[in-house]
Design a binder for this molecule. Sequence first.
Ligand code: GLN
Length: 473
Amino acid sequence: MHKKTLVEIIELLNKKQVSSEEVVSGCLKQIEKNSHLNALNYVNSEDALESAKKIDKRLQKGEKLGLLAGVPIVLKDNICVQGIPTTCSSKMLQNFVPQYTATVVRKLLEQDAIIIGKANMDEFAMGSSNETSYKGKVLNPVNNEYVPGGSSGGSAASIAADFAYAALGSDTGGSIRQPAALCGVVGVKPTYGTVSRYGVVAFASSLDQVGPITKTAQDAALIFKIISGKDELDTTSCGDSNLKLNQDFSFKGRKIGIPKEFFDQITDNDVKNTMNQELKKLENQGAEIIELSMKTLEYAMPTYNVLASAEAASNLSRFDGIKYGYRSDNFDDLLSIYFKSRSEGFGYEVKRRILLGNYMLTSACFEKYYIKAQKVQTLIKNTFLQAFEKCDLIVTPTSATPAFKFGEKQNDKVAMALSDVFTVPVNIAGNAAISIPAGLSSKGLPIGLQIIAPHFGEQMMFDAAQAYERLSK
Ligand code: GLN
């Protein structure tokens, strides 16, 4: 039963062919059996079972319940739920229990979903392999010797290992799509502003978006529809997506853009072959493949490094050992509380980015780096706008390589950053994108295909993704 998709399990629950208690118990068994994956920081077993029993009673009475009634869901551990620890996989927040619930979680709970656990992640969402987590690495369920990707590695592994029927992650530079690709599941970064960030621990506020990780594009569309929409508590959030589920879609006559600069960067033969093969499939369906030149994308990574580090340095300044979070025992005055708490509470990668970010924000560098990066961001946005005048959707691999082994890229920041070359430009431009399983490498590791849509183009993105999924079946 744990193998079912979200849409399938909802149907079984609605037809009363299975109870929520059975569904939740099944997932808890999966979690226990696969605890070696280290995918969850917290298992909400008692609460989840109790909620399931309550929902079963209400279903028995014939009450009309929400769309996700009785369905277990996993949340990345940077998404707050009142009364449940939110650690961001950092020593800094190891004992933090939020007083409030994120809007995305409130929306899931309003549809009677059940929170079954909080997922391990790279510390404060900084990483591409889950190796920066203070809670230890997450193993890729497909092959335990490989990384699950990051930073939402625990969320992606949870779906690949059937711990729940949907998970939420956050994506600042690829953190939903890249782990989804590496674990062989579906991951979506919605258009910037479509999903509220209230109650989600901020990394780089101008890039962060919350989105679903699921087994199918159909499941992801349903979760997106539920969590998106205007929220008074997040001023960057905008109106309803008006997404229509399960629309007909044909690739016939659709223009699919292929950025030449991206494809030149694929060095992995398995990824290259898979992409060529999948593009042929779309062509056979009547799609027109259009080669695009998007030269400014070559500046996306440096732009991201400046913007994301500067915003992270600013956002993470609140962890000072005074207001909340970890405080060192070993201080003699106010300044040493700051120094010691931050030195001991943050891991290496987080400190590296805070240092870099604060440097970018100094008066000597602000114009030279931060303002310049914002200008390049506008150029990259315009490049995408121009590209979408020529095509309906853009297709790329999600990641330049399939999953890699633990330790392989940990000391090589350039190689690690290559994990994100195809995903980062989408965050910089604010567009929507989905990663869908496209096949396996010669070593049996999943390869993801990314479909990028224009701003607020979620309808066509989900429709095309579902059509593509049907083709692959
Ligand atoms: N891997 C990227 C980074 O480390 C993206 C992280 C993210 O999207 N949260 O910055």
